[in-house]
Design a protein around this ligand. Structure first.
Ligand code: HEC
Ligand code: HEC
Ligand code: HEC
Ligand code: HEC
Length: 416
């Protein structure tokens, strides 16, 4: 399903992560001569210091080449390689490497990690656990806001979404190196920076160990989400406490007043976080957390448990259709962002259907009132709402022009 949606978008030119230029495989092959020394003639590199490019998504390759050129991603070896490349060259190179098969058989000649005396010494201290890496990859860790990697990078690293790189059969050493780069902030991507900074160095080694041979690791049990029909104990307890909220947010969390957000179908953890943030905001006179005069009064007496129960209750309700309408500009920005203006595609965090990613703290926006969404984007851009981790929404919202904002809020509200 995901794959279909994304290829449709691609065909209609809606995903413009890097450039709208069409790549040519033959032309790319001709231009790839200088890449072969490090990445291999057909994109399979013999050294784990150099990433495999074969079978990677063409758009992703072109986007990275552009990032190296713009200086958004820095690497001493790649910088001179891209200096003379045009947008057309990048698209051609992307098309060529994407067309090559990524069929690396494990061979003795290609060792997956360069071994030095230090690494041998370190390996004695810590033995990476591939099964733990797989489990983290497939389940994430909601308690630390690490989304399940599989949601974006796909089963065993075969991503079906063209803006997310394939990790399958990539050198494990390279994967670890990139996670360290994201963790240190040397490579920038707001979602990846959040997840990687929560990973310990040993967890990064575990993930590397998993990717050194994904087939060798037994299946992990994937947690099943509770069926929405069976209300959890927390949700039942939250129902009676919600009496104080219904005047504004509606009995079932579907408020009638567009200035009051719908809470139905929003994730429990996001609701609980907002309630805690409002409390911090009230206590710090708006210096920290999230500040709103109305909500400040509502949260004073709430305990952490109350917040969780209220969140669970509203999360279990069904959201009604929003008051926005579908439109081209909104759809284009939501799914494709605007690389030239540094606007990250909203889909990468708020999801294909606008349902958000609960485990990462990314809220649902589908069906929300247009007016409320607009008010929040304005607050983020004026910094009067600043409870978004790493300033992810503040930096995106200040790049939106008035008509972008209008189109996006209409579009998000129309999502079901
Ligand atoms: C001298 C060695 C060298 C040459 C030649 C070279 N590269 Fe690279 N390339 C690297 C290194 C090292 C990295 C990893 C950088 C990092 O760690 O962030 C890289 C990374 C990349 C990436 C990012 C891959 C990913 O998975 O994110 C792309 C795309 C790429 N190179 C394309 C090219 C192309 C196209 C050429 C030829 C025009 C080329 N490279 C020539 C060394 C080289
Ligand atoms: C919300 C979607 C999302 C989730 C969840 C996610 N990633 Fe990523 N990841 C991305 C995007 C987007 C990029 C490319 C960033 C860029 O354009 O430079 C990326 C890049 C990477 C890269 C670099 C690949 C390369 O070829 O250079 C690695 C490694 C990686 N992610 C590992 C992980 C791991 C491990 C997890 C789980 C802890 C994870 N990702 C979770 C979206 C995601
Ligand atoms: C008098 C009206 C009113 C009442 C009663 C009220 N709220 Fe609110 N609530 C608001 C307004 C207005 C906002 C938007 C604040 C802003 O613009 O930042 C809001 C925002 C929120 C948000 C943030 C939603 C989001 O998408 O970020 C949550 C969660 C919330 N309220 C929960 C509750 C709960 C739980 C109760 C009951 C304990 C409650 N509210 C009672 C008016 C009210
Ligand atoms: C890197 C992840 C990321 C991206 C990309 C992103 N968002 Fe967000 N967004 C968040 C997070 C996290 C929050 C909630 C912050 C908090 O904890 O209060 C949020 C909150 C919001 C809210 C407020 C929701 C509410 O219920 O109060 C709106 C509206 C929104 N984003 C719109 C957008 C739009 C439009 C785009 C694309 C132009 C976008 N976002 C891109 C992570 C992201």
């Amino acid at each position: 399903m995901k794959k279909i949606i994304f290829s449709l978008l691609l065909v209609s030119g809606l995903i413009n992560t890097a450039m709208a230029v069409e790549g040519n495989i033959e032309a790319g092959k001709a231009k790839s001569g200088m890449c072969a020394a490090c990445h291999g003639a057909n994109g399979l590199s013999a050294s784990p210091n150099f990433p495999n490019l074969a079978g990677q998504h063409a758009d992703y390759i072109a986007k990275q080449l552009k990032s190296f050129k713009d200086g958004n991603r820095t690497d001493a070896m790649m910088a001179p390689m891209v200096a003379g490349l045009s947008g057309q060259d990048m698209a051609d190179l992307g098309a060529f490497f994407a067309s090559q098969p990524r069929s690396v058989e494990k061979s003795a000649a290609v060792s997956d990690s360069p071994t030095s005396g230090n690494q041998v010494a370190a390996a004695i201290k810590f033995v990476p656990d591939a099964a733990a890496g797989k489990s983290l990859y497939e389940l994430g860790d909601p308690s630390r806001s690490i989304a399940a990697c599989i949601n974006c990078h796909g089963k065993e690293g075969r991503s079906e979404v063209l803006i997310y790189p394939n990790l399958a059969k990539q050198h494990a050493f390279y994967i670890e190196k990139q996670l360290h780069n994201f963790k240190a902030g040397d490579r920038k991507d707001s979602a990846m920076n959040q997840f990687a900074s929560a990973l310990s160095d040993n967890e990064i080694k575990n993930i590397g160990a998993y990717f050194s041979d994904t087939k060798a690791v037994a299946n992990v049990k994937v947690r099943r989400l509770a069926t929405p029909s069976a209300l959890s104990e927390n949700a039942i307890a939250g129902k009676s406490k919600a009496a104080a909220c219904v005047a504004c947010h509606g009995v079932d969390g579907n408020s009638m007043v567009t200035a009051y957000p719908k809470l139905a179908g929003q994730s429990a953890s996001y609701i609980a976080k907002q309630l805690a943030d409002f409390k911090v905001g009230a206590a710090s006179n708006g210096q920290e957390g999230r500040s709103d005069p109305v909500m400040a009064g509502m949260v004073i007496a709430l305990s952490e448990q109350d917040m969780l129960e209220l969140g669970s209750y509203f999360a279990a309700q069904k959201s009604t259709a929003g008051n926005g309408s579908e439109n081209d500009l909104g759809r284009k920005l939501y799914f494709g962002g605007d690389a030239a203006r540094g606007i990250t595609a909203c889909v990468s965090c708020h999801g294909i259907k606008g349902k958000g990613m609960p485990e990462a703290g990314f809220p649902a926006v589908a069906g929300q009132h247009v007016e409320y969404l607009a008010a929040q984007l304005n607050k983020f851009s004026k910094q009067t709402r600043a409870n978004d981790k790493n300033g992810m929404m503040r930096s995106i919202s200040k790049r939106l022009k008035k008509n972008d904002l209008a189109a996006l809020t209409q579009f998000m509200s129309s999502l079901k």
